[in-house]
Design a protein around this ligand. Structure first.
Ligand SMILES: Nc1ncnc2c1ncn2[C@@H]1O[C@H](COP(=O)(O)OP(=O)(O)O)[C@@H](O)[C@H]1O
Ligand SMILES: [Mg+2]
Length: 309
């Protein structure tokens, strides 16, 4: 298969199967994050994987972790395969640090219903859809069954994080966001919003999870936004979403994509990767005859993490 829908192996302990990523325990005790080609839209995972999406997301996260090392250390140990990151196991802080520079998404929906205070940030009346804020804002949520908007004061009062750590996370999140916004702006991409997750390693704050990927962020094309701000759409997934909406049957979204739609989604992910990193994604799986899973297993065997099946 030239796609990776899920990665199962009896050789490794499964830690967590997320919507898109499968995390395992490496024999060394470290965390093995397998980024699959699954795509989640309208809160459900499609049956059709999107070729190269996993490598694009893993590659983008790796690119940004490396580029932002001077701002904060992170969990990456190494990339064992285009789809796999070996990471240090941290003690996760159960808070999502959401940074926003534009009024959109769930915040816009709340705003339309009259909400003016978001996780402790108060915004004025009269804002329009997709309006840019004077400066990026941080609207944290808790990480639980369903994420909850919460003020920094309550995060501390409820014991999710100490005031001192929260302040460090806030400062680092804004630094990361401003750094990436500028980089992307120079490449015609608007970093609309994103979320960061942090953890403690030997008592020190590090960045974990993923960073500045299309699954953890919104990207708009600067050109689209300049033409008509309210019509700006997510560069990656919106195309798939629109197709799902157009092909609804009996009130249900299709659960699979056609080969053409899936191929176009691949093209868009590869394009974003190249625009941001400046180089095309190396997608060659020739050593494994085009089979992503075979290549992946081969790389994990080489790394001493799996045995030959
Ligand atoms: N280095 C790490 N150490 C400990 N936990 C981590 C690390 N990196 C990510 N995590 C946690 O692993 C989980 C990954 O879940 P994820 O793949 O995002 O699935 P979903 O969010 O769809 O449930 C998150 O709870 C995240 O906080
Ligand atoms: Mg997640």
């Amino acid at each position: 298969m030239n796609t990776l829908n899920h990665f199962d192996t009896p050789q490794l302990e499964l830690l967590h199967r997320g919507k898109v990523r499968d995390s395992y325990r490496a024999p060394s005790g470290e965390r093995l994050i397998v980024v699959t080609d699954r795509l989640s839209a309208f809160d459900s995972v499609l049956e059709t994987p999107v070729a190269h999406k996993g490598a694009v997301l893993n590659g983008l996260a790796a690119f940004w972790f490396e580029k932002t090392r001077h701002i904060i250390p992170n969990h990456v140990i190494s990339l064992l395969d285009p789809n796999v990151t070996l990471a240090k196991e941290a003690e996760p802080i159960r808070v999502e640090m959401v940074v926003r520079n534009y009024l959109t998404g769930s915040m816009w929906r709340g705003y339309q219903q009259g909400q003016r205070s978001f996780s402790g940030v108060t915004v004025p009346d009269g804002l329009t859809k997709h309006q840019k804020f004077p400066e990026p804002i941080v609207t944290p949520t808790t990480k639980e069954e369903s994420d909850r908007e919460i003020t920094p004061e309550n995060l501390v009062a409820e014991g999710w994080v100490s005031a001192e750590l929260y302040e460090q996370m806030r400062v680092k999140s804004l630094e990361l966001f401003n750094f990436a916004s500028q980089w992307m702006a120079e490449r015609g991409i608007i970093l609309v919003d994103t979320k960061y997750e942090f953890g403690l390693l030997d008592g020190k704050l590090i960045l974990i999870d993923e960073i500045h990927t299309p699954d953890s962020s919104r990207f708009w094309s600067a050109e689209d936004y300049a033409r008509n701000p309210e019509a700006a759409e997510q560069m990656d997934k919106e195309y798939v979403r629109q197709w799902l909406i157009a092909n609804k049957q009996d009130g249900q979204y299709p659960r699979a994509l056609t080969p053409e739609v899936s191929a176009e989604a691949t093209r868009r992910y590869l394009d974003i990767y190249e625009r941001i990193t400046g180089a095309p994604l190396r997608t060659s799986d020739e050593a494994a005859g085009g089979d992503v899973r075979a290549r992946l297993v081969n790389n994990l065997v080489q790394a001493g993490i799996m045995k030959e099946a």
